[in-house]
Design a protein around this ligand. Structure first.
Ligand code: EPU
Length: 431
């Protein structure tokens, strides 16, 4: 099994390019099923999850060519609407083909995704929304079978501001008859990218506060499109710079208005400046502790919480992180404790309004972090993409050697992370 071996202690210097956003690219690839023709996507990151989505579309009948970071997707004909367990079990985002397949073919049979390392991750909001649009859903032997004659616009209220539920419903609604209103819809930057893509294809989508309004059109046309840069990768590299006391430039890096974690990083003491070509980051010797609470956009992103945990574990003073989205997204903490971090997890309650989740489930919710002077290298193990990235960051800062195993998790979401870190001077090897 592959692992990273890191000798910590080198300050990162130089410049590195930020890749296309995984979480924008996944729904955009799925939504090419809405058109009959050839879509060209640029800036597609080279990631395991993207390969899984490409394989999934091939199973459906799309013909796909990849030329480095460009994908040419031909969806003129599709001949299969059944998605096997193997594809869904390796990536929950496979569920994103439901909306487009129902719009295109009126049917889909897909394995129900299970829970995963970060939590139970129900899909009740996806199914409830699709039923509102007229879809008939039956579940048997672990599969969801969905059929519809004509999708019909409706008002849908999401109990949870779910990213993929919003995306699935948005895609299904683009060609539904009449108006769909998705109330309490999520609005993460990757959803904005999907909307931009759909609108460029001819969809009629408007946003009013937390309501997404879609007026169904009769057809969409294929386009050429460039995926936006990954803001979670930006956060990760800013922290890599801060944790090693470095000075780096993130080519093509960008952040969005009211992006909470950038404000937090600046409050912690990191110098971060936007330029026309990217982001300049300079570490500080005087970091301050912080209080962080994850929430849907524009709140603090849960996908950057583990990376912040590593940074705050060597920031003097007491910091508190509250994870409100996933009951098990602290799996990196026992690993950081092995490296000498002083972190206590306080059990809390996770209140869920959705029908599938237990209404109040016990979860490890608050991490109380007392910054230590330094971490020390150890053997640690990844359980998910972002937790894995946080262990690499800790290894870059630690005294001595850190071995990070199960790095296939990291490869799902970070393009060639070790090569990028090496460009910046890090001593990291893939073994
Ligand atoms: N939820 C429900 N019912 C549903 C759907 C979600 O109760 O039907 C709850 C979840 O339990 C959770 C909250 O709503 O508490 C948010 O979950 P969401 O559905 O937004 O998660 P997701 O769409 O499955 C996406 C990203 C995740 C990211 C979350 C939160 C993609 C492909 N995945 O997941 O990304 O953590 O939104 O921002 O966009 C990652 O990239 O490492 C990753 C896990």
């Amino acid at each position: 099994m592959k692992k990273f071996v890191i000798q910590g202690g080198t300050a990162l210097k130089g410049e590195v390019e930020i890749s296309g956003s995984k979480n924008a690219c996944l729904p955009i690839i799925a939504s090419t099923l809405l058109v009959k023709g050839e879509t060209i996507l640029h800036n597609v990151p080279l990631l395991r999850d993207i390969e899984t989505m490409i394989n999934l579309l091939k199973v459906i009948g799309a013909r796909i060519k990849r030329e480095n970071h460009t994908l040419i997707i031909n969806t003129r004909t599709i001949d299969n609407t059944e998605i096997p367990y193997d594809l869904v079990s390796t990536m929950r985002a496979s569920i994103l083909v439901m909306g487009p397949l129902l719009a295109r073919a009126g049917a889909v049979k897909i394995s129900r995704p299970g829970g995963c390392a970060i939590g139970s991750r129900p899909i009740d909001e996806h199914l409830k929304g699709l039923k509102s649009l007229g879809v008939f859903i039956k579940e048997q032997h672990g599969y969801i079978q969905a059929k519809v004659n004509n999708l019909t616009g409706k008002e849908i209220y999401l109990n949870e501001k779910s990213v993929t539920a919003t995306e699935n419903l948005l895609m299904a609604a683009t060609m539904a008859k009449g108006e769909t209103r998705i109330i309490n819809s999520a609005s993460e930057p990757h959803i904005q990218d999907l909307k931009k893509f759909l609108v460029s294809m001819g969809a009629d989508i408007k946003e009013q506060n937390d309501i997404t309004v879609v007026n169904g059109v009769t057809s969409l046309h294929p386009i050429e499109y460039t995926i936006s840069r990954d803001y979670i990768e930006v956060d990760t590299f800013i922290i890599a710079c801060a944790i090693t006391k470095g000075n780096i430039f993130l080519k093509q890096g960008n952040w969005f208005d009211s992006q909470t974690e950038i404000t937090k990083l600046q409050e912690i003491g990191i110098e971060i400046k936007k330029t026309p070509d990217g982001i300049r980051v300079k570490a500080s010797n005087n970091l301050k502790p912080s209080c962080i609470k994850t929430a849907p956009y524009p709140g603090f992103p849960t996908d950057s919480q583990p990376q912040f945990t590593s940074l705050l574990s060597i920031t003097p003073g007491t910091s508190i992180i509250t994870e409100t989205m996933y009951e098990s997204r602290f799996t990196h903490i026992p690993e950081l404790q092995r490296m000498g971090a002083d972190i206590k997890i306080e059990a809390g309650c996770s209140a869920k309004r959705s029908s599938e989740a237990t209404s109040f489930s016990p979860g490890n919710r608050n991490a109380i972090i007392n910054g230590v002077e330094h971490l020390s290298g150890a053997k640690v193990m990844c359980s998910d993409i972002r937790g894995g990235a946080s262990l690499v960051l800790a290894g870059l800062a630690a005294h001595g050697e850190t071995e990070v195993s199960r790095i296939y998790h990291i490869d799902r979401g970070y393009e060639k992370i070790e090569e990028k870190l090496k460009i910046l001077g890090a001593n990291i090897k893939r073994m």
